[in-house]
Ligand binder design. Structure first.
Ligand SMILES: *Cc1c(COP(=O)(O)O)cnc(C)c1O
Length: 448
C-alpha cells in the first residue's frame, strides 16, 4: 500500500516523508481498543438558550384556542409582509441569466461587493469593494468578525438583554462573554460606566446591536458618540450588528456607527434578512471601516482567509443584489415601517393598560419588550413560568426574556397581522387579570 502511494506521488520529497511514517504504520500502538465516538468540545460548548428554554417548556397550547405565536423573529411566517416584487424579479432574472451557477470568490463577486459598497458609501465613512465581505446571512458575518478579532481565552462585550447568537458563537469558540447592561428606564441606553468597568487587556471587541433585538430600541446620535468615546479611550474595536439599520419608525433616525467616528475601527454587519424581508435567502455582509489603518491588512486578510473555510452566500442572490439594492421602490420600505409603527403603537397601547405589565415603547426593529411586575403574579416564579402558563391557558406564545439574559420580561414580535396582534393582546389581558394580585393580597397569601 505504501509503495502504491509513493508511486502515485510525483513530488520529489514523497519518499522521505512517507518512508518516515511507514515504519510506524504497521504497529498496533495507535489503535483504539474499542469504539468511542464522542461529540467534540466545540459541539458540547454550543448552547442556544432559546432552544434550551423553549424546547424544555413542558406545556402545550390550550386546545380550545388557536395558537398565536408572537415568538418567532421571522417576518415571513404569516404571509402579511411579502418582499417587494422587484426583489423576487431580481432573483428570477439572476437565475434565468445562467451567469451565477459557478463558484464565486469566497468573499463574493467583485461586482456584487461594489454594489454593496456604493450603496452604503458616504463621505464620512467611505467604502470600496475591498471593504466588503459577503457572507451567508448576518449570522456568518458575526461569526467571521468574532473569529478574526478574538482568540480563545479573550473576552467580548455583549449587551444584556441581547441577541443570543453572540454568546452561542463566542462560547463555542472558547471566547469569554462579558455582559454589559442596557437600561429599560432610559430607552435601553447602555450603562456606560458599567460597560467601561468590564474592559480589560483581554477584551477583543465590543458588540453594539442598534436597532436592537430584543428591545426594539434605537440609539440617539449623542449616545452612539458616547459609546464611541469609550471604545476610543479603551482602544477596543466595535462589531456593529446593524441588521436592523434603517428599520426605524419613530424617534431619531438610524445612524450607522461608522459615520460618527473617524478613529474607532468598526466592523459593521448587515444583510437582506430583515429590511428586505427575505431571511431565508441567507445574504449578509461585513463592512470594514478602518480609516486610521488600525485593522490594517492583517484583519482584512484574516477575514478573507476565514471566508475560505466555506464559500459565502448563494451566487444567485449575489447576482440579484444590484437590482435588489437599486430597484426596490422607496414605498416598500415606507410601507414596512408604517406597518411596524402602527402595530407597535397598538401593542404598546394595549399592553400598557394591563395591570402588572410594563411594556417599553419600541422605535425600531420588530420587537417590543414587556416587563412583568412579578410581585403581582406570586403564582409564577419567573418569566419562563409566566410565558409557559400564558401558552397553556391562552395559546399565546411569547419568548421569556431569560432567553436574552434578562429575567422578568418577555419579548413580543410585532410583525404579526394586526387582527392577531389585537387578539393576542386581549388574551394577555385576560390572563393577567386572572392571575393579578394586588400587593396586599400577596402579603396575605404569603402570611398564610
Ligand atoms: C436576525 C438577526 C441576525 C441574523 O440575520 P441572518 O441574516 O438571518 O443571519 C443578526 N443579528 C440580529 C440582532 C438579528 O435579529
Amino acid at each position: 500500500m505504501d509503495s502504491y502511494m509513493i508511486q502515485m506521488n510525483t513530488k520529489g520529497n514523497a519518499h522521505s516523508v512517507l518512508g518516515g511514517r511507514s515504519s510506524s504504520l504497521g504497529k498496533a500502538k495507535g489503535r483504539k481498543a474499542r469504539w468511542s465516538v464522542q461529540p467534540s468540545v466545540m459541539a458540547n460548548k454550543t448552547f442556544n438558550p432559546i432552544r434550551a428554554i423553549v424546547d424544555t417548556m413542558k406545556v402545550k397550547p390550550n386546545p380550545n384556542k388557536t395558537t398565536i405565536s408572537l415568538s418567532i423573529g421571522d417576518p415571513t411566517v404569516f404571509g402579511n409582509l411579502p418582499t417587494d416584487p422587484e426583489v423576487t424579479q431580481a432573483m428570477k432574472d439572476a437565475l434565468d441569466s445562467s451567469k451565477y451557477n459557478g463558484y464565486a470568490p469566497s468573499i463574493g463577486y467583485l461586482s456584487s461587493r461594489e454594489e454593496v459598497a456604493s450603496y452604503y458609501h458616504c463621505p464620512e465613512a467611505p467604502l470600496e469593494a475591498k471593504d466588503v465581505i459577503l457572507t451567508s446571512g448576518c449570522s456568518q458575518a458575526i461569526e467571521l468578525c468574532l473569529a478574526v478579532l478574538a482568540n480563545p481565552g479573550q473576552n467580548i462585550l455583549v449587551p444584556r438583554p441581547g441577541f443570543s447568537l453572540y454568546r452561542t458563537l463566542a462560547e463555542s469558540m472558547g471566547i469569554e462573554v462579558k455582559l454589559y447592561n442596557l437600561l429599560p428606564d432610559k430607552s435601553w441606553e447602555i450603562d456606560l460606566k458599567q460597560l467601561e468597568s468590564l474592559i480589560d487587556d483581554e477584551t477583543a471587541c465590543l458588540i453594539i446591536n442598534n436597532p436592537s433585538n430584543p428591545c426594539g430600541s434605537v440609539f440617539s446620535k449623542s449616545h452612539l458618540q458616547k459609546i464611541l468615546e469609550v471604545a476610543a479611550r479603551q482602544c477596543v474595536p466595535i462589531l456593529a450588528d446593524e441588521i436592523y439599520g434603517d428599520m426605524v419608525f419613530s424617534g431619531p433616525k438610524f445612524e450607522p456607527m461608522a459615520r460618527l467616528s473617524s478613529n474607532v475601527p468598526i466592523l459593521s454587519c448587515g444583510g437582506l434578512a430583515k429590511r428586505w424581508l427575505v431571511p431565508g435567502w441567507r445574504m449578509g455582509w461585513i463592512l470594514i471601516h478602518d480609516r486610521r489603518d488600525i485593522f490594517g491588512n492583517e484583519i482584512r486578510e484574516g477575514l478573507v482567509k476565514l471566508s475560505q473555510r466555506i464559500l459565502g452566500p448563494c451566487t444567485i442572490v449575489q447576482g440579484a443584489l444590484k437590482s435588489i439594492l437599486h430597484r426596490t421602490p422607496p414605498e416598500f420600505y415606507q410601507d414596512t415601517l408604517g406597518f411596524l409603527k402602527s402595530n407597535a403603537d397598538l401593542c404598546y397601547g394595549a399592553l400598557a393598560a394591563i395591570p402588572g405589565l410594563q411594556p417599553i415603547r419600541p422605535s425600531g426593529a420588530m420587537y417590543l419588550m414587556v416587563g412583568i411586575e412579578m410581585e403581582h403574579f406570586p403564582e409564577f416564579h419567573n418569566d419562563v413560568q409566566f410565558t409557559e402558563r400564558l401558552l397553556a391557558e391562552q395559546s399565546v406564545h411569547c419568548l421569556p426574556a431569560t432567553c436574552f439574559e434578562y429575567p422578568n420580561f418577555f419579548r413580543v414580535v410585532i410583525t404579526v397581522p394586526e387582527v392577531m396582534m389585537l387578539e393576542a393582546c386581549g388574551r394577555i389581558r385576560q390572563f393577567c387579570e386572572q392571575h393579578y394580585q394586588s400587593a396586599e393580597g400577596c402579603h396575605e397569601d404569603c402570611d398564610k
